[in-house]
Design a binder for this molecule. Structure first.
Ligand SMILES: [Zn+2]
Length: 110
């Protein structure tokens, strides 16, 4: 007859990448937000009001999310062509995949 004390759980919002379904960890996730006018934008501050979805800041996850229309589904909206184009442009500036080394990559300028 032991009373089990339930540890009080702090409410920690779980942020999961919508593409690979893994949580952010220390690398963090990039927030996407559905704005009031229904467009989908990157929210670098993570503070914009509106429904949000999270993605790892890697091309691998973004591509998966864009190809699989996961962003629209997560945000319950249609991603307009304009938003899609903006997201693709943003993706182009991201690193391709998971790189564990912190070595500074030198920019190759064409
Ligand atoms: Zn991911």
């Amino acid at each position: 007859m032991s009373k089990q004390q339930q540890p009080r759980r702090k409410h920690v919002p779980q942020r999961t990448c919508i593409a690979c379904r893994q949580s952010g960890g220390k690398r963090g996730l990039t927030r996407l937000v559905r704005t009031a006018d229904g467009s989908v934008e990157v929210d670098p501050t993570g503070k914009q009001p509106g429904r949000g979805a999270y993605l790892h800041p890697t091309q691998a996850c973004w591509k998966r999310a864009l190809d699989g229309r996961m962003i629209g589904r997560a945000l319950r909206t249609q991603v307009s062509k304009e938003s899609q184009a903006a997201l693709i442009a943003y993706m182009a500036g991201l690193p391709e995949g998971e790189e564990e080394e912190d070595a500074q990559t030198s920019m190759d300028e064409a």
